[in-house]
Design a protein around this ligand. Structure first.
Ligand code: ZN
Length: 427
């Protein structure tokens, strides 16, 4: 009997429904891939680990574990370390993630791009930032030049791929940036241009989706199946994890909560419509509030601060900065209320904007959300303080999910698949 891949199986209490329109029968190859991903995940989270412990943890036969380990070593994901110290008997050699394998990552934002090198454990090895050019051809050329400078700095590493996160939506079929209200690069074939110059497989996706994948890969999602991740930068983006799967929607456009209308008479948004959530809750909005408050109070004109500087001003007690960020926090809460009402997530992850000063501004967001909850308690909110690292790990996760562990979140529920014995004929 074949197994049905569990991603297409919907569990309700005591009942299991299989959607035949999407069900595929698992070939032995798929079973092997799922088991490989589960073993890789165990090595990553419990390294260094012996083959015997892997067999005990998964319930897979020692011979199966051995052949998966050989495959992972052959693919250079895993290395064999020193022997474990045991009082007597054979000393098992331990398996670890290969620290020599790395990923080039790029975080493209409306005003700047950050390019870096991250290893498979999510550690930063180097980074460089560059101002972003609006013209896509020149902008991508600068990005390529930066990547070409970074790679030779790590002659002892082997590069697995290049992950790029973008402030917009990438169609999963065409792999083209099709919507980016704050970056005029939509329609330009970014992937083709980069792949023509850099000999690495390129993966690109929306920044929020990538950060959600990074949470699955490196993060705090243990057991959580329904979550929303909101990125707050020059715009506001979101990713949705529903029943353990990233929701992409038609053409990869799901999650554009930043462009839900809060006020039809509000300011014009980068998307061309009026009063979107992001014109009230983005870092750009907070800087706007600050400038407006200073003007109203008749204070001397000065150049607009960056979002980082604005938070520092607030931490130093600047009344205008505090008021500007209070407003942003209030609008953050308003938008989150819509998301929570629509999706009822267990967990809300926030990344960017106010999250580096959450002690001060978090209570405003949480109060706004709690006030308007339909029933029960509001979902848990978890914030990311190291926003830059979280975003670059997101770019790395795009490469990791393509080459290792795709089934971890999507097909296997993190459990190994054991082949069932074939039923006897005529039984
Ligand atoms: Zn908009």
């Amino acid at each position: 009997m074949s197994n049905v891949i569990p991603s297409h199986r919907q569990r309700t209490k005591g009942m299991q429904r299989i959607d035949l329109a999407y069900a595929e029968l698992a070939s032995s190859e798929v079973v092997r891939d799922i088991n490989r991903d589960v073993v890789l995940e165990l090595i990553r989270t419990r390294q260094p680990i012996s083959r015997a412990d892997l067999s005990r943890s998964t319930g897979l036969q020692p011979s199966t574990i051995s052949s998966i380990a050989e495959q992972l070593i052959g693919e250079r994901w895993v290395i064999e370390g020193p022997a474990a110290l045991r009082p007597r008997g054979r000393r098992p050699t331990l398996l670890s993630i290969n620290p020599g394998m790395v990923i080039v990552v790029a975080d493209v934002r409306p005003n700047q791009a950050i390019v870096g090198v991250v290893d498979l454990n999510g550690r930063f090895l180097s980074r460089e930032s560059l101002p972003l050019v609006a013209d896509p051809e020149r902008g991508v050329r600068n990005l390529i030049a930066c990547i070409e400078r970074l790679i030779p700095q790590h002659p002892d590493k082997s590069f697995e791929g290049l992950g790029i996160i973008l402030p917009g939506r990438v169609d999963p079929t065409t792999e083209q940036l099709i919507l980016a209200p704050n970056l005029p690069w939509a329609g330009y074939d970014i992937k083709k241009a980069i792949q023509a110059a850099i000999p690495l497989q390129v993966e690109m996706d929306n920044d929020a989706n990538a950060c959600m994948l990074a949470e699955l890969w490196f993060g705090r999602m243990e057991g959580v199946r329904n979550a929303v991740l909101v990125t707050i930068t020059e715009g506001v983006g979101a990713a949705i994890l529903a029943n353990g799967q990233l929701l992409t929607g038609r053409s990869g456009l799901a999650g554009e909560f930043g462009h839900l209308c809060l006020d039809p008479n509000g300011p014009v948004c980068g998307c061309g419509r009026k009063g979107c959530w992001e014109v009230f809750a983005s870092t750009r909005a907070a800087i706007g509030y600050f400038q407006e408050l200073r003007k109203q109070a008749g204070r001397p004109e000065q150049p607009a601060p960056t979002s980082f500087e604005l938070i520092n001003l607030a931490e130093d007690g600047d009344a205008d900065a505090i008021e500007a960020l209070n407003r942003q926090a209030h609008y953050m809460g308003q938008g989150l209320r819509i998301i929570v009402t629509a999706l009822s997530p267990e967990l809300v992850l926030l990344n960017g904007g106010l999250t580096s000063a959450w002690d001060r501004f978090g209570p405003i967001v949480e109060a706004e959300l709690a006030q308007n909850i339909l029933t029960g308690t509001p979902p848990r909110i978890v914030v990311t303080s190291d926003v830059e690292l979280a975003r670059l790990r997101g770019a790395a996760a795009l490469v990791l999910q393509r080459h290792a562990g795709y089934s971890r979140s999507n097909a296997s529920d993190g459990k190994p698949v054991r082949r069932k014995r074939s039923p006897k004929k005529n039984a």
